[in-house]
Ligand binder design. Structure first.
Ligand SMILES: [Zn+2]
Ligand SMILES: [Zn+2]
Length: 138
């Protein structure tokens, strides 16, 4: 007959889901004892089902790919993006097709835009169209 200690260790290694209370009940010892034995054996004292609830899933920043850590702000965690990354992520640096001026355009505008090329202004768009037409004429 294995000792209580051995039984506890075996139970935990064979069953990561079982709760401390259940283990104590099954082996016929008190919870504190099970806890002590597991701690000493360097085994998890909590069921992985409980542990899972407490440890948040890893959140990855959609802009830089780094972890959004637990101490992050609420907004960072909800939107999966660092506060410091948000500006650049939503305002993408682009270059005007016509005058080559760099400027920022909102991501959702770029995504919903139907035109293939990006212009900084209507003026550039018209100038570009004019040029295109004159090419066609030649
Ligand atoms: Zn980031
Ligand atoms: Zn331009």
């Amino acid at each position: 007959m294995p000792s209580k200690r051995e039984q506890i260790v075996r139970l935990r290694t064979e069953n990561p889901i079982i709760r401390l209370t259940k283990m104590a009940e099954q082996i016929g010892v008190d919870k504190a004892y099970v806890h002590r034995v597991l701690k000493k054996a360097d085994l998890p004292t909590r069921s992985i089902l409980i542990a899972k609830k407490n440890i948040p899933k890893r959140i990855e920043c959609k802009a830089c790919g780094e972890d959004v850590i637990f101490s992050a702000t609420r907004a960072e965690r909800i939107h999966h993006i660092h506060d410091s990354c948000r500006y650049d992520y939503h305002r993408i640096l682009v270059h005007c097709k016509f005058c080559r001026t760099p400027f920022r355009r909102r991501r959702h505008q770029l995504l919903s835009s139907k035109s293939k090329y990006i212009y900084c202004s209507k003026a550039c768009l018209y100038k570009a169209r004019k040029e295109e037409k004159s090419y066609e004429l030649n």
